[in-house]
Structures are given as C-alpha cells and as structure tokens.
Design a protein around this ligand. Structure first.
Ligand code: C2E
Ligand code: CA
Ligand code: CA
Length: 904
C-alpha cells in the first residue's frame, strides 16, 4: 500500500512541477488538466499497468524539463517560517534603470541563484533585483508575511504577481516616512495571502547607500506575531538595561564629575541609538515622519560610539600616566571620529557611512588592544575593560558569522550583538563602580591618615600648649593662663565689670631655702606648697577659677619661681584684708620637709579692678608693688595704694623734685619733744622731716624718704637734716638731746661718720647730745658695715637708738652686738596699750628686757594720759607722742618749752 501511495505522491509532484512551469503560473485549465492526468495515471497504476503509468509520467517530465530553468519556486506547507535567502535569484541593476516589466523581460540566465542564508553585497551603488515564487502546497489558503529583517534599507520596491496580475505593489524603505509602510513595523513587512496551488511571483528591488543585505523570511502571519512578541520582550529587556546603566552612570557623573562616567554615558547612549536605529525602533517611535533624521542619526551613531569608546578607554585606563603614546593615539582616533560626526552634516550619506565604518575597524582593534596592555601593566580595572570589549566584539563576530551563514541562526546568534553590547555596558559599569570604589577606599584611607596626622598634631599642640601655659614644677597654670583669665574677666562675656581683685602670694624665704637645700629640694617644697594652695577652700572664698576643664578647676596660678596668684571676686579693703588673713593663716604654717619645719615667708599683695588699674598690666604691676610692700610689714599682707608704689607717677615727679628741694632749702624740720614720764621734764627732741610741696601739698616723710633711699638722695638728705638740726639745736637753750633719724643707706656710706663729726665740730655741739635713730631692719641689711658705722659713731660719743622696736624680724641677738644707748618701742604697741592687754604685755616685756640689757626705753605714740600713766608705772624712761606734743617747727617748740617751763 505504501508503495501505491509513494508512487501517487511522485506523480503528484511531477504533475505539479509540469503545470507550474509556465511563467503565468497555473490557471484554471491547468488545474482541471492536472486532475484529469492524475486520475488517468492513478487508474493505469491501479489496474496493473504500472510500466505504462511510469512511461506516461516520464514523458510528462521530459515535456516539463525545459521549464526547470524558470523562476525558482519556494514551497510553503506547514512551516511557521521559511528563510528565503538561499532560495532566491538576484540580478544586479548597475545603472539602476530597470523597472518591473524590464526585469521580467530579461532572460532567466541573467538571474543568479543565491546560495547563502542572507544576501549581502556590502556597499554597492547598484540596485539589486530579487525574485522567487511562493507556492502554497498546503490545501488551505493562509495569511503570510514577507519580512525583510533589515530596517536600514533606503529604498525597497516589492511586487507580487498572481497569475500575471500585480496583487501587491509597495515602495518603501527608511528614506520614506514610516506611515507609508504597508505594516507599521520597524522591519519591512509585506502581507500576502497564499492560496493552495496558486503561486505568487515576488520581485523585490533594493537600492541602498548602506550595507546592501537582504535577510528575508516568509512567515505564517500568526507565528510571526508570536515570535515578534518574544523578540520585543527580549529587546525591551535589552534597551531597559542599557537605559538603566546610562541613567545610573549619568547620576554618578553629575555627582562626582569624573570624566570616565561622562564618556561611559556617551558610549552607552551612542550604542543605544545605534542599536535602536539598526533595529528600526528609533524610526518607528522617535521620528517616524522624518527619514532624514533617521539617516542622520544612523550616520552619527557609529562615529559617536567610537569617539566615546576611545575617550573612555584613554581616561578609564589612565593611559596618560601609564602609556602616553597610546593616550595620544586614542585622542587622535577620537578627533577623527569627531570629524566624522561633523562630516555627517556635509558629506553625502554613503561617503560618510563608509568613512565611519572604515575607520571603526582599526579603532576597535586599538581599543581592544589597550585593555590587555593596561592589564599587563598592572591596572586591575583593565580586566573588566578587556573582558567587556571582548564580549562586544564576540557579539559582533557571532552576529556577522550567523548572517553570512557560518553559524546557524539561533536565539543566541540572532541577538548576539545585543548580548555583546549589554555585557559590555554592564561590565564597563561594574568597572567604573570598581574604580570608584577603589578610589573611594583610597581616599578614605588617605583621609584617615590625614585625620590621624591631624590628631597627632592636635595632641602635640595640646602638649605644647600645656607646656606653654603651666609651670613644669607643679603643673599649675602659669602667667599666660593667669593673664588669659584676667583678659576674659575684662573683655569676655563673663561676669566682667564686676569688681574683682588679684591676689599675689610671695614666698620670701624660698630663695634662701633654695640656696641652702638646693634647687631640686626647693622644687619639691614648691610642690608641697602648691598642694597646700589647692587645699584652700577657693569657692568658699569667692576665688574665680583660672583654668577649668571637665575634671577639675584650678584657682591658683604659679606665675614665676616664688610668686603665686589667684583672682577673687572680692573688693573693698575690709573684705580683701579678711580674705588675705584667712589665706595667710592657711598658708603660713611651716611646711614639713625631711623632718624640717620650713617657714616660707608668705606675703600677700592685692590689687583691685577697677580702682587700682583698669588693664591687666597695671593690675599685675600694682599687685607686685603690694606684695613687695607686704613683705616689709608685720602682718604680711597689703592692699595696693598709690602711696606704697615706688613707681607711681607721683613718685616719679617727687623723685625729680626732691633733689631740687634739698638744694633750694625747701625742706623743713619739725621737732617733737621727748619727756620723762615720771617728772614730765623735757629730755630731748626728735627731728622729723617735713616737705610742703608747692603743688602737691604736704608729703609724708615715709613717702619721700623711701624714695630718697631708692634714688641715691639719702646721703644729701641726711646731711641736710643733720646740719639743720644741729644748727637749730644751738638755738635751743638747755641741755637737751637732739634725735636724728638715719637710714640704712647712710650706714653704708664710708664717710658718714667723718661728715657727722665735721658738722658737730662746725656747730660746736658735743657728740654726747646727739642720738642717731636707726631701725633694726636698716642694720640687718648689711650688718657688718652698719655695725662698724654705728660703732664709730658711738666712739665719737654719740648715742645710738633702735627705732621702731618690735616690728622687725630680727632678734635681740643682733641688737646686743650694737652699741645701743636706747630702744624706741614702736608706736603701734603704745597707741592702744591702755586698752589692749597684748600691747601692754609687749611694752612691759620690752621695757624689762631693755632694762636688763641696760638700755634706756622710749615709748613712742603716747596719745593719751592713761598710756602715759601706765608707762610711768612701768618705769619707762622716756615718752613721746601727740598727747605730750606734736612735731612742730622750731619756733613753736621754743614757745612750747617756754610754756612747759612756766607750768613746771
Ligand atoms: P619715726 O622715726 O618713728 O618718727 C615718729 C613718727 O611718729 C613721726 O611721724 C611722728 O609724727 C609720729 N608720732 C609722734 N607721736 C605720735 C603719736 O602720738 N601718735 C601717732 N600716731 N604718731 C605719732 P612722721 O614725722 O610722719 O615721720 C615718719 C617717719 O619718717 C619717722 O618715723 C622716720 O622713720 C621717718 N623720718 C622722719 N624724718 C626723718 C629724717 O629726718 N630722716 C630720716 N631718715 N627719717 C625720717
Ligand atoms: Ca625716729
Ligand atoms: Ca619710731
């Protein structure tokens, strides 16, 4: 049975072939003939006349033979699609002047059968004609689509003839508006309905300036739409991915402004335009009405892709540093493509395309080569670059190979260029990210290092700052911080303008201790003292912090070797003196060191803002003056006052004028009587200096005498006093002592005794009548010289008195070395002795002690009767004071003496 069917089939084919040989295709008559012949042959066969049937069939074949050179027919049965490239015939129309009729008239022999999958003639100026015959061998009619899968063809004419009638006649191409297409699709689609056994002859003319190729397929319409859907999906994925990469890198570029990102965006965008252009999407969706724009975009896409690719390679691979020659080469390549881009606007389409494509080949190779080169040179990001370009080129290669039939057309080969460019774009984006990442971590590292360095520098600075603002001995704030604190008080936002005082603490005896025990030990003692300072209840006494940090406050500064200071929010003499007294009590206890009890000789000097100074320098200077002054006083603290300042403006004026006053005899001597408390008799007078300054008025002797001591005027001054007092003494009738005060400076003068002797001689006054008063402290300054001087005076017969007894630091041991005649108990003990028992005790002890040593005792400062009576009871030898008489000029003294004589 199969034999029967096989033979039938053979007949059928044979017959069909025979019938189709005419160029007009089968007509109705042919069809009837065909059916008749088939019935006859089948009958012959069936009734056993097989040889006859074979013979008839063979004859028919022979008759049909000449028709074998006719138009190539393509049978279409149940397939979804059929590639037409290898089945058609073509004709080169060099002059581009043939029309359909002319072409149909041409003999068959001028048509060349095409064998390869896709007709491709490269760039050609000729037009090409293609022809083939479509035959539906299925029994049903079906709707088919003739698809040309190359959207870049400029001009296409499609003619379809059924039984000599033109059933389709279309002129299209990408130089025609998109709307004119028979089917609005990015590829060229031509619908046709194929009826059973009704061949359709197809003639296609193509003329294009670009690559002349014709990937052509016949599709069953429904299959095509299915396949097309799939393809759209894949393409959408592809474009979506590219777009995403472009946008992502564009944002990166906008935020970090690095060139490679820009070039990447340029490259990916160009590839997108190139691919979307080549796939026909741009024309379909972006500029469907403008074939010119489609042409221009396609002209621009290739050179701009190459331009950005070469720039990207040059900058991304940092060729400028690693391979300057390659860098220059790639820049030249980029420049050439820039010219191509410009040329696209002027040059004819084909010239422009050809130049671009011609240049693109070597340029791609160069770019392909620089990747591995940089990789070998050790650039890590070059790996991505190399692989990326490899994939792109692989995609192009596979695509080309499949187009030319070297590789089968599969989903993979079909989209290979898309795959290649996607992978390339992805990898390059990774590469950028990788580069960004490594650069960022390098930056972070550098930043960290920098921060570390800054930290180290800060620490060093802090250490230096600490060193510069603290005392090395005890780590207490030094003068710098102290002044800073004052600055803040005066100029900062703090509680300024409120009165405050600075308190200086001076350790008078420390230099002496340092000389005895050595510097190292003195430093230890200083730290012990600092510890004691820090133990003072600073806040309780309104001391302001000098240094404040999170952990603690420092209320005392160690300004220099033996001077400490603090700032107190206290003002007014009473409060300050109270503070000084408390502080002194806290500090003046002896410091224990190595079993020794050391008295550091604490003295406190204070100066207040604003009355003692409105700026830091003045305040500090005055606090120093006060502390110097305090050292000389018995109670160990002093508040600044202009009078105690040896450097005040008034003092400077006086200094200049005292000399002049001596010269001009402008000074005066007052005399204060000294009496015997028992008898009330006048025993002697004390000469006291008076200076009535013409401008400044009365100037206390304490003030200008200390000035004279400091300026070398003391010699002249004492000389003047002695001379005047001796002269005046001559005026006084009677045997009285005359007491003259001399200063420490006089005791150092080599010729003091000689001059005194000379004056005594001049006035004819016996030395025995003169008492020289010196203070203990004056003697202590240069004891040896002082003692020698006093001894010489005593040797002359003059008497020596120790003035201000009880206020100095020295002991009686020294006094015993001196040729003392009398001791004058300081007035501070006498003034209140009638009310103050302590003073009484002191005065009594002094009187007894002096009497034991055979000295006469003089009590100064007798201001009332009670004191005088007490002194009398205590057997004090002599008394002097306002109660008895105030110091007075010579004339008044004479009157007073007269009155005394009268009452006596
Ligand atoms: P001084 O030697 O202790 O002189 C006694 C001072 O006590 C005098 O002050 C006198 O006015 C004062 N005075 C006397 N009686 C009383 C009293 O009852 N109550 C009070 N509160 N004070 C009384 P003056 O004159 O101001 O002299 C002060 C100091 O100046 C003297 O203290 C003496 O150290 C020095 N001085 C005065 N004249 C001379 C001088 O010619 N040569 C030297 N080197 N020093 C002199
Ligand atoms: Ca005196
Ligand atoms: Ca005195």
């Amino acid at each position: 049975m199969s034999d029967v069917l096989g033979t039938l089939y053979l007949y059928n084919r044979l017959l069909l072939f025979t019938c189709l040989r005419g160029q007009g295709g089968v007509n109705r008559l042919d069809l009837e003939g065909f059916i008749i012949v088939r019935v006859v042959l089948s009958s012959l066969h069936f009734f056993g006349c097989r040889p006859l049937a074979g013979f008839v069939a063979l004859c028919l074949c022979l008759i049909a033979w000449p028709a074998f050179g006719d138009i190539a027919s393509i049978e279409f049965n149940k397939q979804d699609s059929i590639g037409l490239g290898a089945r058609l015939e073509y004709l080169e129309d060099v002059e581009n002047n043939l029309d359909l009729e002319a072409v149909r008239q041409r003999p068959d022999k001028v048509w060349t059968p095409h064998r390869a999958e896709t007709p491709n003639f490269g760039y050609s100026d000729s037009a090409y004609w293609f022809r083939f015959r479509l035959v539906n061998t299925d029994l049903k009619a079906f709707d088919a689509i003739l698809a040309i899968h190359y959207p870049l063809l400029d001009h296409i004419e499609v003619y379809m003839l059924e039984q000599g009638q033109r059933i389709v006649e279309e002129v299209t191409g990408d130089t025609y508006p998109f709307q004119q297409r028979p089917l609005r699709h990015r590829e060229f689609l031509f619908p046709v309905t194929l009826h059973w056994n009704t061949p359709v002859d197809v003639y296609i003319k193509v003329k294009t300036a670009g690559s002349m190729q014709l990937p052509i397929t016949l599709w069953r319409a429904d299959s095509f739409s299915l396949i097309d859907q799939d393809e759209q999906f894949v393409k959408a994925l592809y474009y979506g991915m590219l777009l995403l990469l472009i946008v992502y890198n564009l944002f990166l570029f906008l935020s970090i402004r690095e060139r490679p990102y820009f070039y990447y965006v340029g490259l990916a965008s160009s590839v997108l335009v190139l691919m979307a252009g080549a796939h026909g999407y741009m024309f379909q969706y972006v500029y469907p009405g403008s074939p010119q724009l489609q042409q221009l975009m396609m002209l621009l896409a290739v050179p701009s892709t190459m331009l950005f690719a070469s720039l990207f390679a040059a900058f991304f691979l940092r060729l400028k540093e690693t391979a300057p020659y390659l860098y220059v080469t790639l820049n030249v390549v980029a420049l050439m493509f820039l010219f191509c881009i410009v040329g696209a606007f002027f040059l004819p389409y084909d010239t422009s395309t050809r130049i671009s494509v011609f240049l693109a080949i070597p340029a791609s190779l160069i770019i392909m080569a620089v990747g591995p080169y940089a990789w070998v040179k050790g650039q890590t990001s070059a790996r991505y670059f190399t692989v990326a370009w490899f994939f792109l080129l692989l995609g192009i290669f596979v695509g080309a190979a499949s187009k030319f039939g070297f590789l089968p057309r599969t989903a993979f080969t079909e989209y290979s260029i898309s795959w290649g460019s996607t992978i390339e774009a992805l990898l390059l984006s990774f590469a950028l990210a990788d580069r960004f990442n490594s650069e960022r971590s390098a930056r972070y590292k550098a930043q960290r290092e920098q921060l570390k360095a800054i930290d180290a520098r800060k620490q060093a600075e802090q250490k230096l700052y600490h060193q510069a603002t603290h005392q090395p001995v005890d780590g207490m704030p030094n003068m710098v911080l102290f002044q800073q604190c004052l600055h803040l008080l005066l100029h900062g936002d703090g509680p300024r303008k409120h009165a405050f005082s600075i308190v200086f603490i001076h350790l008078e005896r420390l230099p002496e201790i340092s000389k005895t025990l050595g510097h190292a030990n003195a430093d230890i003692i200083l730290s012990l003292f600092s510890r004691r300072l820090n133990g003072f209840d600073a806040e309780g006494h309104n001391l302001l912090p000098i240094e404040e940090d999170s952990s603690r406050q420092q209320h005392f500064a160690h300004l220099e070797g033996v001077i400490y200071a603090c700032v107190a929010q206290v003002s007014g003499a009473n409060d300050l003196n109270a503070l000084a007294a408390v502080l002194l009590e806290h500090l003046s206890q002896a410091v224990e060191f190595n079993g020794m009890e050391l008295d550091l000789g604490v003295a406190i000097g204070m100066a207040s803002f604003p009355e003692h100074g409105r700026d830091i320098a003045t305040l500090i200077r005055h606090a120093r003056v006060a502390v110097d002054h305090a050292s000389k006083r018995s109670h160990g603290f002093a508040l600044y006052h202009d009078d105690i300042n040896p450097y005040s403006a008034r003092r400077l004026t006086l200094m200049g004028e005292l000399n002049k006053a001596i010269q001009d005899d402008a000074l005066n001597l007052y005399y204060q009587p000294v009496i015997s408390p028992g008898s009330g008799q006048l025993i002697g007078v004390e000469a006291l200096l008076r200076w009535n300054h013409p401008g400044l008025g009365f100037i206390p002797p304490d003030e200008f005498i200390s000035l004279a001591e400091k300026t070398g005027l003391m010699r002249a001054l004492s000389h003047w006093v002695l001379q005047r007092s001796l002269r005046d003494h001559g005026d006084i009738q009677g045997n009285y002592f005359i007491s003259v005060n001399i200063s420490a400076v006089n005791l150092q003068e080599v010729d003091f005794v000689a001059r005194a002797q000379k004056l005594l001689a001049e006035q004819h006054i016996p030395a025995e009548r003169v008492v020289f008063e010196v203070t203990e402290t004056a003697v202590m300054q240069e004891p040896e010289q002082a003692i020698a001087c006093l001894e010489k005076l005593a040797a002359l017969g003059a008497k020596i008195a120790i003035d201000d007894f009880g206020t100095g630091h020295s002991s009686l041991a020294y006094i015993r070395e001196l040729p003392v005649y009398e001791v004058k108990v300081d007035r501070s003990f006498v003034i209140n002795m009638d009310q103050n028992e302590n003073d009484q005790t002191i005065v009594r002890a002094a009187i007894n002690l002096c009497h034991d040593l055979n000295y006469k005792v003089v009590a100064e400062g007798v201001e009332n009767e009670a004191a005088l009576n007490m002194l009398r009871d205590l057997h004090c030898d002599l008394a002097q004071g306002y109660h008895i008489a105030r110091p007075m000029p010579l004339d008044d003294l004479k009157v007073w003496m007269q009155q005394l004589a009268n009452t006596g």
